[in-house]
Design a protein around this ligand. Structure first.
Ligand code: G4P
Length: 536
């Protein structure tokens, strides 16, 4: 039996972030292929379920019987116990996507080599940067015509504000993509055969040294010459690989590859697991002390709550990131926010007939607990005599706003209760216009699907029909000045800027354009604004 410390140090918990279509699903699938979790690619991502992460994971689970929840995919490889956190994109993009990043110890950012840094990449990157977690870059689709690798790195540096260090370098591009040069070993990994067929099997690699005449044959004379020039340029740039800078999120190791054809996936995986950190420490906000993951007693925090959309199963699942110690099914722990001891029953996925029950788990892992309605996002659970409490999860800037009004004014009570409970659960964010009542509420969401979920749940759980009127706000800022130290009504703002208050009494401004945000900052020098609420 591995010791607690060994179990914990073998954990690697990360999320893959990308703009839709950059290749997150394909890369995830290839990681499973290389780790032996699935035998052949293509089995996971059928046409119909390609856009639905939950069903992707359920298929894998059926095939392999591995431990899966709709939020995390776990497997072992090379002595590591790997947890990949699912960060839904596309239409499922919501605040949960951001919250999930709060539970990750590292992120892999997939970039389409032809498109570079895209809108959603920027947003997700900012959340990772807020936490200072290491961010690894995988430049994908090198089997297609892509932009110049030097340009791509420059764009990552300039647009995202993180330094880059190419770990490998692509040889050729598009139809002529022949492999990668590994900078640490100074070897060329040329790919044999035609991975282009469909990439369902691992690719064969041939190792060769730069400058060898034999390389001309392997990758082509022209590619060889260009590669030597590029490497000379890279080596000449005075940047050293600095692991500390990587671990503090200041330097991103960059890998080039093609997830579809498997080129460069394995070298990436090996380096990633070698460099990525184990479970991070967390700070106990009661004492300011650091809680090490190897602390004997179990502790963790709720980062996501999933309501069951099926009327017959009212239960919810609270996803907990374990910060220290060992979790055992049925154990008792103290729920800090509830102020009492509870028995921790592990939950499963949303799909009732496909249960993956977790019996034990360690710091770094995620467990889904049955939630009879007692948990809120950010709550802490801890075992042992000494209580700890972790700082809450930040509130992320919603990007879509609507005014929600009840249709039947006689149902005011249910309306207010429903809105408040759903907001507490973290399904949406609600705001009140300063000086106005609760007849109508301003709702902010990160992804528009959240509006539909809200309406459906108000109807089925609270029997309230609502009307939704879209609002033109696009940018939101929390006012960070101490309460009372600033006259909010007296601020000099553009006419279409709205003053509101959130559930916790935090004051905010809603703007209709980034230009209006700048205007507010320029005309109110003392005003301190933040894109994130509740950041400690
Ligand atoms: P996402 O999860 O980030 O949204 O992206 P996903 O993996 O679904 O990939 C989006 C599209 O890009 C898919 O094509 C996929 O096959 C393709 N793709 C992913 N990686 C590579 C790569 O390395 N090279 C090339 N050439 N294409 C890649 P699709 O046509 O939308 O889907 P499908 O019909 O192939 O399933």
């Amino acid at each position: 039996m591995a010791s607690l410390a060994d179990q914990i140090s073998s954990r690697r918990t990360f999320a893959i972030i990308s703009h839709p279509d950059a290749g997150k699903t394909t890369l995830t699938e290839k990681l499973l292929l290389y780790t032996g979790t699935i035998q052949s690619a293509g089995s996971v991502k059928g046409k119909q379920n390609a856009r639905h992460a939950v069903s992707d994971w359920m298929d894998i689970e059926k095939q392999r019987g591995i431990s899966v929840t709709s939020s995390v995919l776990q497997f072992t490889y090379g002595g590591c116990c790997v947890n990949i956190l699912d960060t839904p994109g596309h239409q499922d993009f919501s605040e949960d996507t951001y919250r999930t990043l709060m539970a990750a110890d590292a992120a892999v950012m997939v970039i389409d080599g032809a498109k570079g840094v895209e809108a959603q990449t920027k947003k997700l990157f900012r959340v990772c940067a807020l936490r200072g977690i290491p961010i690894f870059t995988f430049v994908n689709k090198m089997d297609r015509e892509t932009r110049d690798p030097f340009d791509l790195m420059e764009e990552v540096e300039n647009v995202l504000g993180i330094r880059t260090y190419p770990m490998n370098w692509p040889i050729g591009n598009g139809r002529d993509f022949r492999g990668v040069f590994d900078r640490a070993s100074r070897h060329v990994l040329a790919f044999e055969g035609d991975g282009r067929a469909n990439g369902t099997k691992k690719v064969e690699e041939v190792e060769a040294t730069l400058g060898d005449a034999a390389l001309n044959e392997l990758i082509g004379e022209n590619n060889h010459k260009n590669l030597m020039d590029d490497i000379e340029l890279l080596d000449g740039a005075d940047s050293e690989f600095d692991l500390d800078a990587v671990l503090s999120g200041k330097l991103s190791p960059v890998f080039f590859g093609s997830a579809l054809t498997n080129f460069g996936v394995e070298p990436f995986l090996k380096d990633f697991l070698r460099l990525a950190p184990g479970p991070s420490t967390h700070v106990d906000s009661l004492t300011g002390e650091v809680v090490e993951p190897t602390r004997e007693e179990f502790s963790g925090f709720v980062f996501k709550i999933q309501a069951n959309m099926d009327k017959n199963h009212r239960d919810r699942i609270a996803f907990v990131r374990i910060c220290s110690g060992k979790f055992e099914r049925g154990m008792e722990a103290y729920h800090m926010q509830g102020g009492r001891k509870i028995k921790l029953a592990t939950g499963t996925t949303m799909m009732a007939d496909d249960r993956a029950i977790v019996d034990e788990a360690y710091a770094g892992d995620i467990v889904g607990l049955f939630d009879p309605g007692i948990f809120s996002i950010g709550d802490t659970l801890c075992a042992g005599k000494k209580h700890v409490q972790f700082a809450g999860i930040p509130t992320f800037a919603p990007e879509h706003f609507a005014r929600i009004t009840q249709v039947d004014t006689l149902k005011r009570k249910q309306f207010v209760k429903g809105m408040e409970q759903l907001a507490m659960e973290g399904a949406v964010q609600i705001f009140r216009e300063l000086g106005a009542g609760m007849e109508s509420v301003i709702v902010g969401v990160v992804g528009t699907l959240q509006f539909e979920v809200l309406e459906q749940r108000l109807k089925s759980e609270y029997h309230v029909e609502v009307r939704r009127q879209p609002l033109p706000y696009t940018d939101i800022r929390w006012i960070l000045n101490e309460p009372g130290s600033i006259d909010i009504a007296g601020l000099s703002l553009t006419r279409d800027t709205l003053r509101v208050e959130d559930m916790r009494g935090g004051k905010l401004l809603l703007f209709t354009s980034p230009w209006n945000v700048d205007w507010a900052a320029d005309h109110n020098k003392e005003l301190k604004l933040s894109e994130f609420g509740n950041v400690e």
